[in-house]
Design a protein around this ligand. Structure first.
Ligand SMILES: CC(C)(COP(=O)(O)OP(=O)(O)OC[C@H]1O[C@@H](n2cnc3c(N)ncnc32)[C@H](O)[C@@H]1OP(=O)(O)O)[C@@H](O)C(=O)NCCC(=O)NCCS
Length: 175
């Protein structure tokens, strides 16, 4: 059984952050749970920005504080997944975004890593005072839905998200 650590972004992972981003661009895939990675190409700036996002004093006023995590496989120190925990809601998060977003790099999928990453992040949610975690996923995103269900998610409702014109399923995990 593979072992992992869940850790915050550091410059130690600079080249792997670049690779992770590129893999998503190449696959035309959605960089969910990666915070500002879509718009920031420079990994050092990305690491710095993630740290700013975590602190209420430095997070941009249009965002809520959020903690960025990396899932790193111990055997080869490979960055295999990313997950973001939002500390509270704004209107968008309360309806559509939820507390947690995540992704696994395309070359590392279907190995149970998303399930493990979410499991490892839940104690942190409790630590910062979230005892009911909202996670949403696009209707039809079977991998994400199964990840949520495997971690105790209970389906609540399906809502229409107008920006991307898609239906999102809402699940709650009670901690
Ligand atoms: C969704 C995502 C995180 C899943 O990552 P993963 O590491 O492949 O997931 P896991 O291996 O832990 O799989 C979880 C379950 O989903 C199943 N699964 C994963 N991908 C699947 C797919 N494409 N189709 C069908 N089932 C899938 C697995 O077989 C497993 O099922 P099980 O519980 O019956 O064993 C990954 O596909 C991804 O990063 N997608 C793009 C970003 C995204 O959609 N994030 C979620 C936003 S809500």
């Amino acid at each position: 059984m593979e072992k992992f650590i869940l850790t915050r972004p550091t410059v130690e992972y600079a080249s792997q952050i670049t690779e992770y981003r590129q893999e998503f661009l190449d696959a035309g895939d959605s960089m969910d749970g990666t915070g500002p990675l879509r718009r920031i190409e420079d990994p050092e700036e990305y690491v710095k920005t993630c740290a700013e996002y975590e602190d209420r004093q430095t997070v941009p006023s249009h965002l809520v504080p959020a903690t960025q995590f990396f899932l790193v496989r111990k055997s080869d120190n490979r960055l295999v997944g990313m997950l973001q925990v939002r500390h509270c809601f704004n209107d968008y998060l309360e309806k559509f975004g939820g507390h947690i977003g995540y992704s696994v790099r395309p070359t590392e999928r279907r190995r149970g890593y998303a399930k493990e990453m979410l499991k490892m992040a839940l104690p942190y949610c409790l630590e910062i005072g979230i005892d009911k975690v909202l996670i949403t996923c696009a209707d039809g995103n079977i991998g994400s839905e199964k990840t949520i269900l495997a971690n105790g998610g209970v389906y609540e409702s399906t809502v229409h998200e107008p920006t991307d014109n898609r239906n999102l399923k809402r699940f709650w995990i009670k901690l």
